[in-house]
Ligand binder design. Sequence first.
Ligand code: ADP
Ligand code: MG
Length: 733
Amino acid sequence: MTLELGVCQHPKRGSEQDLSSRPPTERKESLDDSVQYVKGVGPQRAGLLRRLGIETVSDLLRYYPTRHEDRRQVIPLLRLIGGEKQSTCATVKARGDTERRRGLQITRVPISDGVGQAYATWFNQPYMAERFKVGDCVYLFGKVNRFRGMLSIENPEYEVITANSEFASSDPDGDALQTGRIVPLYPLTEGIHQGHLRRVIFGALQKYLSAVVDPLPESLRESHQLLALPVALQHIHFPGSHEDLERARRRLVFEELFLLQCALLLRKSGLQAEFVAYPMMLTNRDKIRFLQSLPFELTRSQRRVCREALDDMSSIKPMNRLIHGDVGSGKTVVAALTLFNAVSNGFQAAVMAPTEILAEQHSRVFSDLLRPLGIPVEFLAGSLKGKERSAVHERIASGEASVVTGTHALIQDEVAFHNLGVVVIDEQHRFGVLQRASLVLKGDAGEQKGRRPHTLIMTATPIPRTLALTVYGDLDVSVIDELPPGRKEITTRWLKDRQREKAYEFVRQEIRKGRQAYVVCPLVEESEKLNDIEAAVQMAERLQRQVFPDLVVGLVHGRMGVTEREAVMRRFADGEIHILTATTVIEVGIDIGNVSVILVEDAHRFGLAQLHQLRGRVGRSPHKSYCLLVGHATTEEGRARLQAMVATNDGFRIAEEDLRLRGPGELYGTRQHGLPDLRIADLIRDGNILQVARREAASLLQVDTGLHDVSHGALRAALDKFCGGKLEKFLVG
Ligand code: ADP
Ligand code: MG
C-alpha cells in the first residue's frame, strides 16, 4: 500500500505540550536506563546511537538539536503557488527520470499527497533519481514552478521523513513530528535518520520527563526566570514557538555554564585549601630597591598587578595567578618582582619558557633586571650538554642557583631543586596543563617538602574575558591593560603578492634610516616537499643574493644550535645584521628595539594571534614601526584575519576577533585544558550568561563550600555527570 494518508495535510499536534504535568508512571523510570529499552531503539540501533555518544536515556534527552526548521506552514500540493518558495510534504510515486536538455540534466521525481500531484525537480544532480524509494514520504522546501501543466518544486531541500520500508513499524502519529511544527535537526550517523531520531526522542520525552530532576536550585531559577528542566528539555527538542525555543536554550546554556563555573571554582578553592606555601613578604626597603633599580617607571597597570602578586605571595595559600596583557605591555617586570621576592625570602625561583630562543632571552632580560640587585641568573635548556649541564644541576640542587630560566629541561627528572619557592611560566598556551603541574611539583622537594611554590603564569596575548573565566577559571587573573608611555602605533599594511617588490623597497628605505628588519618565512604545510627549515634557508639565500646583495641578511630557525643562534641574535642586536630572516621562532617575546619593520610572507597562512605576536616584535622604541603582511588570502577567514590586523593594533580586539573567527572550539580547546566539553553554550554568544553564572556559582559556593548540603544533591550529581563522572579527579587534577 502506498501512503495516501493524511500525514501531509494538517498534522495533529499531540498533547505533548503538557507533558511535564502528566501523572507519574507506575514503574520508577530511571534516566540511567540503557537507551536500548526506549521505544523504537533495540540493540542494533543502540549500537548506532552509541556512536553519537548516546548510551542512556539521559544522554538521549540531552542530545540537543543543532538547529530547528520552521515547518509550520506545510502546504498541500494543490494549494502551492508558482513562483514562491514553499514547504510541502508528499509521497514518492515512481522512480525519478533524468532527461538531457540543452546541456542540462533534469531529474524529475513524481510525487503526490493523495490529492495533488507534482514533481520534485533537480538540475544536474542525476543521482537524485536514485535517492528515494517509491513510497518514501518526503518533506520538500523549494521554489515552485510550472512544468508542462504540472507543478514542480525545483532544487528543493528535502528530508525523507518516513522511509517506505520503515513505515510498517512506525507510529503514524509520529509523523506529526516531522512537519507542521518547528522541527529539530540532529547531527546524525549512518543508519540513523532524522525522522527516526525525532520519534525516538519524542517517545523518550513522553516516558521519562517525569523522572527528570532539576539540578538548579529553585531560588536561582526564579531570580533569573529560568524554565524548569523538564519544560526546557521538551522545548529544546519540540518547541511550540520560537520564544519557547529561545527560553529553553537560555535555561540549558545557563545550566551548563553554571556547572562549569561550579567545577572550576571548586577546583580553585580545593587546590588552595589542600596545599600550603611559604608566605613571602617583601620589605619596604626591598620594594624601593627594586623600583629604583629599574630603567623606567612602572605604569599604573603594572603597579596594580605587582601589588596583586605580592599580596598573593604573602599568604600561606599558594599563589595561582595568571597575568595577561597586550604584547609589549610589560609583563616581564612583574615576573622579575616575584623572582626577587622569592630570593629575598631565601627561596629559589624558576622561569619556564616554551622555546629555547625565548628562554635564552629571558635569561638575558632577567639577568639585566636582577644583576643590579646582586642576583645571578642561571640557564638550563636541552642544548646544554655534559659537564656544563651537570654543573647547573648541581647548583640547582645545592640552592646556589637562586634564579633559573629554562625550557622543558627544567621539568626533567634529574632536576631537583633545593627550595623552589616561585614558579613563573611564560606563554602558558604553549604548555599543556600537565607540564605546568610538573614544574609546580618540583617545588614539593628538598627544604620545601610538603609545600607548593607560588605560581605565576604569563600569556603572550590578551585573553577575551569569557575565555579567561573558563580556560583559566581556576586561576586568579590580572590584566595589564595599558602600554608603557611613548609607544607609537604600528602601521600595518596588507600587500598582494605582486606588491612584494614594493615591500622590499620599503625595507631598504628603513635600513637606510639606520633601522633593521625581520622577514618572517611562510609556514610550510605538511604536504609540501620542503620542510620549513629548508624553506627558510632558501629564502634567506634568495634575499641575500637577489634582493639585498649590498646588505647583511641573517637567518635564525628552531633547529640551530644555541651557540650558533645566540651568535646570530647577538650580531643582529649589535646591528651587524640588517635583515633577520626567521621562522616563527621569533614569534614570542623577542625584544630588539632598533627593528622598525617586520615583513611577514604568506601572512594569510598565520593565525590571528600569531600575526599579532609577530607584529609585537616591532614598535618597541621611539621609532615609527611598520608591519607588512604579504599574502593572497583565498578564504573568507584568511581575508578577515588580515583585515583585522590592518584595522587594529589593540590586542584585546584582536583576541576577540580571533575567538569569533575560529570559534571557541579550537581556541578554548577544552580537552587540551582538561575541561569538560560544552554542548549547548557558546562562549561568544553567551558571554553575558557566563558572567552571571560565574557570579551565581561563586555566591552559592560561599554558602555551601563543598556542595555538601542535601538540598544540593541533584546539583552535585549533575556536576559529576558534567565532568564525565570524574568530579573528584577534576577537582584535584
Ligand atoms: P610583554 O608584556 O610583551 O612581555 P615586555 O615585558 O617584554 O612585554 O616589555 C616590553 C618592553 O617594554 C621591554 O623592552 C620593557 O623593557 C619595556 N617596558 C616595560 N615596562 C615599561 C615601562 N613601565 N616603561 C617603559 N618601558 C617599559
Ligand atoms: Mg613577554
